[in-house]
Design a protein around this ligand. Sequence first.
Ligand code: CP
Length: 305
Amino acid sequence: MNFLSIREMERPEIAKLLRSAASLKKDSLSGKKLPAFPDKTVGLLFFEDSTRTRVGFEMAARRLGIGFTSFGVKGSSMSKGESLKDTVLTLKNEGVDGLVIRHEAAGAPNVAARFFDGPVINAGDGMHEHPTQALADATTILEHRKKLDGLVVSIVGDVMHSRVARSNIWLLSKMGATVRLVAPRTLMPPYKELIPAEFHYSLKTGLDGADVVMTLRMQMERMENGLISSLGEYASMYQVNSGTLRYAKPDALVMHPGPVNRGLELDDLTVDGKQSVINEQVENGVYVRMAIFNAVFASKAKKKS
Ligand code: CP
């Protein structure tokens, strides 16, 4: 079993993972016995920088007794020109049981899955998907709102370059939420008709009565010149702050996958304010990654017996 994208999952599978994450969180916090996979080792292959996703997978592995080996291009033989395919084959032949991959190229985890004999988990691939982030976000919303069905979730910012937005659009729409995308035209994704979301170009209409305001990082590293006139002008039109947050419901949740560019996507007061659940998103990231490891290794154990 691989875990590559939310788009290819059905609603019951998503719901099952969300229930599993909630249950693992409850059991972890109450000191109950957790599932353990001491005979498993995963390779954490981070070919793009990461703090919360990489550490989230490391913490999840530790809590389930899974061994791990972490590496990126620097420090591995990929810096000498070894291909992704040969890297994956090397790890397979060394007995690694599962792979977690972050890569700048969309589809890299799918390529790895073709050559690896075991579960491959997508930790964010280019502008394609970041499925564990969407599960962490949904877990966080569910802790405050009980169900996703019927909620209005406004996703604000650099939607075009955001794998977080793509995974969230698929997850939230499959689970019955209304998704609104709020961005300048130049930061909206193409093929509008294929995306299960409303498109809004102003914060006022986009946030109107929203239950959740999910802001996104401006992804300068993936951005061509000329998409926005200046960061200052972007902030003046699209920053979520105490003034613009008033368009949403008074108790709307404020989210951001991190890392936050403080003063750009959100002002300091809103990042640290009482409506912000950003730290909870990070915490829940560990539990959803535990749920994924549990799902992929428990299903493999069943297959073997
Ligand atoms: N949200 C997220 O993917 O953050 P990192 O890049 O720090 O992992």
